[in-house]
Design a protein around this ligand. Structure first.
Ligand code: VG1
Ligand code: CO
Length: 542
């Protein structure tokens, strides 16, 4: 019943910021997914007889790869597979299931916020037993293995019915098809004051959640409408579709524009939110205001004690390096730990496991806590609602008071998508070559105080991650960071992160791009973005 199938290796299966992401036709090449899954198993030790969690964001090709992964898990000796009904598990829900049922690990099929469909993106990532993304030690081993793999193991059995909840035995392994929502919704109910939120909604406070035809639809329906009593229709685009209805399931001001316009218009609801393809990102909007993810992280950390799950306080905060320093000010005032890590959730795992931090966040709309080991879109939305219910103030009031107390970190990210990879690499290389000479120079009237290529030393496992982004620091605490995306599937994406601190509350109402204009000009002059990329303007500004 178990087949050993000879195969030839592919040379391009290097996991990026969050797993292996490629166009669907790449994954459809003979044995492409099989090679990668076998390379994962070959890089792990001690999983015989243990449990593997499998699920995905419902995008095109999800079901096919889930069937393959189940059959390969059986052939490789796992004792049990737990798979979400319909092949659905959001990234944070998968993380929770791994932890709750003490699974050995999990395979999550997603390309997150990237579009889906027959010619769009697909992805596979492996999460370890703590529920978090595999650390670089494992992803590096997977890549090394994938370049030489010559066979994979698969059970020769019919497909599993993924739509019927229940357990069965196949090829000596148990397969349990589970409700993807229930355990996760229960976890949320244990962390947040559902009666207080229900009460807020009963009083007529209106919320809108846009699931963007991605994985959070069924979760949001259950949590907001069924458990919290929000009126039917509060959750929109809640049916997960293989192509996300033809849109990018990316909760930013470009791809969630309809929601944004509604929140900025007359008669806007009090709160609007959205999540991405796999449910780990969040967009937070109030009536007339967009909360930047970096501010949201700081505000959630400062107010977390208002939610039952965090009533005894937080042990610390971690943020990815390009995320604004707003959270640092909160940590300083609370007298708790603060860590700065490279981009990607995998770097938070050790800090969370050691309870050195409770709350983590990234500027790319990711926030989460020690309740799982992934960022968690609905968690962030619920913590906001919990805070709104307890404080009884509007989103805008809470944000303005936060700035008045801590000062405001004006912040923006400029993305140049699908630029020529060689040009993008040489832009970064040119910056790297100037790191020694930049400090002390003036760019316009801005003085450079330091410049480096960010490296992270993980004190817990001793690992060192180098070349994580070029940082240019200016007098007064302003920063520009340049790095290349590790999640794209065609060409390169240059990300430029720009930040300026403003203490004076009389100057907290400027337009962000205007407030950052000098730094934006400095970024151009330091990196020659226009001439090197051939682009006059960024493709996306967030
Ligand atoms: C991007 C974000 C990063 C995030 C990663 C995965 O990575 O910048 O903060 O962790 O996506 O998020 P990159 O390398 O493209 O900048 V998700 O929601 O795609 O799992
Ligand atoms: Co995501």
């Amino acid at each position: 019943m178990i087949k050993i199938v000879p195969t030839t290796p592919y040379q391009d299966q290097k996991p990026g910021t969050s797993g292996l992401r490629k166009k669907v036709p790449v994954f459809q090449q003979p044995n492409y997914a099989e090679n990668f899954i076998q390379s994962i198993f070959d890089s792990l030790d001690g999983y015989q007889g243990k449990t593997l969690v499998i699920g995905g964001d419902g995008r095109f090709y999800n079901r096919e790869v889930i069937q393959t992964a189940i059959k390969m898990a059986a052939a490789n000796g796992f004792g049990k597979v737990m798979v979400g009904q319909g092949g659905i598990l959001s990234t944070p829900a998968a993380s929770h299931i791994i932890r709750k049922y003490k699974a050995f690990g999990g395979i999550i099929l997603s390309a997150s916020h990237n579009p889906g469909g027959p010619t769009e993106d697909f992805g596979i990532k492996y999460n370890i037993g703590n529920g978090g993304p595999a650390p670089e030690k494992i992803t590096d081993a997977i890549y090394v293995r994938s370049k030489v793999i010559d066979a994979y193991k698969i059970a020769n059995i019919p497909d599993i019915n993924l739509d019927r909840i229940g357990s069965q035995s196949i090829a000596g392994m148990t397969v349990s098809v589970i409700d993807p929502v229930e355990d996760y919704a229960n976890l949320m109910e244990s962390l947040f004051d559902f009666p207080a939120i229900r009460n807020l909604l009963n009083l007529g406070f209106r919320i809108v959640f846009d699931a963007m035809h991605a994985v959070t639809g069924p979760y949001a329906k259950e949590i907001f409408e069924n458990r919290l009593g929000a009126p039917l229709g509060s959750v929109r685009n809640f049916v997960p579709l293989p192509d996300f209805g033809g849109h990018h399931p990316d909760p930013n001001l470009v791809h969630a524009k309809e929601l944004y316009d509604e929140m900025m218009g007359d008669n806007a609801p009090g709160f609007g939110a959205a999540s991405d393809g796999d449910g780990d990102r969040n967009l937070i909007l109030g009536e007339g205001i967009f909360v930047t993810p970096s501010d949201s992280l700081a505000i959630l950390a400062a107010n977390a004690n208002l939610a039952p799950g965090y009533s005894s306080g937080i042990s610390g905060i971690a943020r990815s390096m390009p995320t604004s320093q707003a959270a640092d000010r909160v940590a300083a005032r609370l007298g708790v730990n603060m860590f700065e890590t490279p981009t990607g959730w995998k770097f938070f795992g050790n800090l969370l496991d050691e309870d050195l931090v409770t709350i983590c966040g990234e500027e790319s709309a990711g926030t989460g806590s020690s309740h799982v080991r992934e960022k968690d879109g609905l968690w962030a939305v619920l913590l906001w609602l919990n805070i709104l219910a307890v404080r009884g103030e509007s989103v805008a009031d809470i944000v303005r008071q936060h700035w008045a107390t801590y000062g405001r970190n004006y912040y923006s990210r400029h993305d140049y998508e699908e630029v020529d990879a060689a040009a993008a690499n040489s832009l970064i290389e040119a910056l790297r070559n100037r790191l020694d000479t930049l400090p002390g120079t003036m760019i316009g009237h801005l003085k450079v105080t330091a410049a480096d290529d960010f490296a992270y030393h993980d004190k817990i496992d001793g690992s060192v991650s180098k070349n994580q982004g070029i940082r240019i620091l200016f007098e007064g605490g302003s920063r520009i960071v340049f790095r290349l995306s590790g999640t794209g599937t065609s060409g390169a994406t240059l990300r430029v992160y720009i930040e300026r601190y403003e203490e004076d509350c009389m100057k907290h109402d400027l337009d962000t791009q205007e407030a950052l204009a000098d730094l934006i000009a400095a970024a151009e002059s330091i990196a020659d973005i226009r001439s090197r990329t051939g682009r006059d303007t960024p493709s996306v500004i967030t």
